[in-house]
Design a protein. Structure first.
Length: 150
Protein backbone atom coordinates (compact mmCIF):
# COMPACT_ATOMS: atom_id res chain seq x y z
CA UNK A 1 0.00 0.00 0.00
CA UNK A 2 1.42 3.38 -0.98
CA UNK A 3 0.01 5.28 2.01
CA UNK A 4 -0.73 4.73 5.67
CA UNK A 5 -4.43 4.89 6.50
CA UNK A 6 -5.73 4.68 10.07
CA UNK A 7 -8.76 5.35 12.22
CA UNK A 8 -7.67 4.96 15.84
CA UNK A 9 -10.58 5.81 18.13
CA UNK A 10 -9.42 6.07 21.73
CA UNK A 11 -11.45 6.65 24.92
CA UNK A 12 -9.21 8.18 27.58
CA UNK A 13 -9.98 8.67 31.28
CA UNK A 14 -7.92 10.41 33.95
CA UNK A 15 -8.49 12.27 37.17
CA UNK A 16 -7.17 15.15 39.16
CA UNK A 17 -4.44 14.36 41.69
CA UNK A 18 -6.05 12.57 44.64
CA UNK A 19 -9.40 13.11 42.89
CA UNK A 20 -9.61 16.62 44.30
CA UNK A 21 -12.61 18.60 42.99
CA UNK A 22 -10.56 21.10 40.97
CA UNK A 23 -12.70 21.28 37.82
CA UNK A 24 -15.17 23.94 38.84
CA UNK A 25 -18.31 24.64 36.84
CA UNK A 26 -17.10 28.12 35.91
CA UNK A 27 -13.98 26.82 34.10
CA UNK A 28 -15.32 23.51 32.84
CA UNK A 29 -16.53 24.47 29.34
CA UNK A 30 -13.43 26.59 28.73
CA UNK A 31 -11.21 23.69 29.87
CA UNK A 32 -12.98 21.36 27.45
CA UNK A 33 -12.47 23.85 24.59
CA UNK A 34 -8.81 24.10 25.55
CA UNK A 35 -8.42 20.30 25.51
CA UNK A 36 -10.21 20.12 22.13
CA UNK A 37 -7.76 22.69 20.78
CA UNK A 38 -4.76 20.82 22.15
CA UNK A 39 -5.96 17.57 20.59
CA UNK A 40 -6.58 19.34 17.29
CA UNK A 41 -3.02 20.71 17.36
CA UNK A 42 -1.84 17.12 17.88
CA UNK A 43 -3.82 16.05 14.75
CA UNK A 44 -6.06 13.95 17.00
CA UNK A 45 -9.50 15.56 16.75
CA UNK A 46 -11.65 15.35 19.86
CA UNK A 47 -15.01 13.69 19.24
CA UNK A 48 -16.32 14.22 22.79
CA UNK A 49 -14.98 15.52 26.11
CA UNK A 50 -16.77 15.72 29.45
CA UNK A 51 -16.35 14.86 33.09
CA UNK A 52 -16.97 15.93 36.65
CA UNK A 53 -15.10 18.03 39.16
CA UNK A 54 -12.47 15.32 39.71
CA UNK A 55 -11.98 13.51 36.41
CA UNK A 56 -12.58 13.66 32.71
CA UNK A 57 -13.12 11.49 29.67
CA UNK A 58 -12.41 12.22 26.07
CA UNK A 59 -12.86 10.32 22.83
CA UNK A 60 -10.38 11.14 20.11
CA UNK A 61 -9.49 10.05 16.63
CA UNK A 62 -5.83 9.57 17.46
CA UNK A 63 -3.19 10.51 14.91
CA UNK A 64 -1.11 7.61 13.61
CA UNK A 65 2.14 9.44 14.42
CA UNK A 66 1.66 9.92 18.16
CA UNK A 67 1.66 7.36 20.94
CA UNK A 68 -1.17 7.55 23.47
CA UNK A 69 1.41 8.24 26.21
CA UNK A 70 2.77 11.27 24.32
CA UNK A 71 -0.75 12.49 23.54
CA UNK A 72 -1.66 12.38 27.24
CA UNK A 73 1.60 13.98 28.29
CA UNK A 74 0.89 16.95 26.02
CA UNK A 75 -2.80 17.26 27.00
CA UNK A 76 -2.07 17.07 30.73
CA UNK A 77 0.94 19.38 30.63
CA UNK A 78 -0.70 22.12 28.60
CA UNK A 79 -4.09 21.96 30.35
CA UNK A 80 -2.45 21.94 33.78
CA UNK A 81 -0.54 25.13 32.94
CA UNK A 82 -3.75 26.68 31.61
CA UNK A 83 -5.84 25.75 34.68
CA UNK A 84 -3.26 27.31 37.00
CA UNK A 85 -3.92 30.68 35.31
CA UNK A 86 -7.64 30.53 36.19
CA UNK A 87 -7.43 31.62 39.79
CA UNK A 88 -5.21 31.78 42.81
CA UNK A 89 -7.01 28.80 44.35
CA UNK A 90 -5.98 26.69 41.33
CA UNK A 91 -2.25 27.42 41.44
CA UNK A 92 -1.53 23.97 42.97
CA UNK A 93 -3.63 22.07 40.43
CA UNK A 94 -2.32 18.68 39.26
CA UNK A 95 -3.58 15.78 37.18
CA UNK A 96 -2.99 12.25 38.45
CA UNK A 97 0.10 10.58 37.01
CA UNK A 98 -1.67 7.79 35.15
CA UNK A 99 -4.59 7.35 32.81
CA UNK A 100 -6.72 4.64 31.26
CA UNK A 101 -7.08 4.34 27.49
CA UNK A 102 -9.40 2.04 25.59
CA UNK A 103 -9.72 1.33 21.90
CA UNK A 104 -13.18 1.94 20.50
CA UNK A 105 -14.71 0.19 17.54
CA UNK A 106 -16.31 2.40 14.89
CA UNK A 107 -19.53 0.48 15.52
CA UNK A 108 -19.46 1.64 19.18
CA UNK A 109 -18.39 5.23 18.55
CA UNK A 110 -21.83 6.78 19.06
CA UNK A 111 -22.49 4.77 22.22
CA UNK A 112 -19.16 5.84 23.76
CA UNK A 113 -19.71 9.45 22.68
CA UNK A 114 -23.11 9.48 24.45
CA UNK A 115 -21.61 7.82 27.53
CA UNK A 116 -19.01 10.59 27.79
CA UNK A 117 -21.58 13.32 27.13
CA UNK A 118 -23.70 12.03 30.05
CA UNK A 119 -20.98 11.95 32.69
CA UNK A 120 -22.74 14.16 35.21
CA UNK A 121 -25.93 12.08 35.13
CA UNK A 122 -23.88 8.88 35.27
CA UNK A 123 -22.03 10.01 38.40
CA UNK A 124 -25.21 10.67 40.31
CA UNK A 125 -25.41 6.85 40.51
CA UNK A 126 -21.80 5.71 40.45
CA UNK A 127 -18.48 6.91 41.88
CA UNK A 128 -15.43 7.51 39.71
CA UNK A 129 -13.66 4.62 41.41
CA UNK A 130 -16.50 2.20 40.60
CA UNK A 131 -16.72 3.54 37.05
CA UNK A 132 -13.00 3.07 36.42
CA UNK A 133 -13.01 -0.46 37.82
CA UNK A 134 -16.03 -1.27 35.65
CA UNK A 135 -14.30 0.07 32.53
CA UNK A 136 -11.06 -1.76 33.28
CA UNK A 137 -12.91 -5.04 33.80
CA UNK A 138 -15.11 -4.56 30.72
CA UNK A 139 -12.01 -4.03 28.57
CA UNK A 140 -10.10 -6.84 30.33
CA UNK A 141 -7.30 -4.57 31.47
CA UNK A 142 -5.13 -6.15 34.14
CA UNK A 143 -4.40 -3.85 37.08
CA UNK A 144 -3.23 -3.77 40.66
CA UNK A 145 -5.73 -1.71 42.65
CA UNK A 146 -2.98 -0.55 45.04
CA UNK A 147 -1.68 1.69 42.26
CA UNK A 148 -4.91 3.04 40.78
CA UNK A 149 -5.69 5.84 43.18
CA UNK A 150 -2.85 8.38 43.30
Amino acid sequence: MAQTLTRLLTHIVFSTKDRRPWIRTEIESELYRYIRGTLSNLHSPCIEVNGTEDHLHFLTSQDKNIAVSQLLCEVKKSSSKWIKTKGRELRDFQWQDGYAAFSVSESHLERVRRYIARQKQHHKRMSFQDELLQLLNKHRVQYDERYLWD
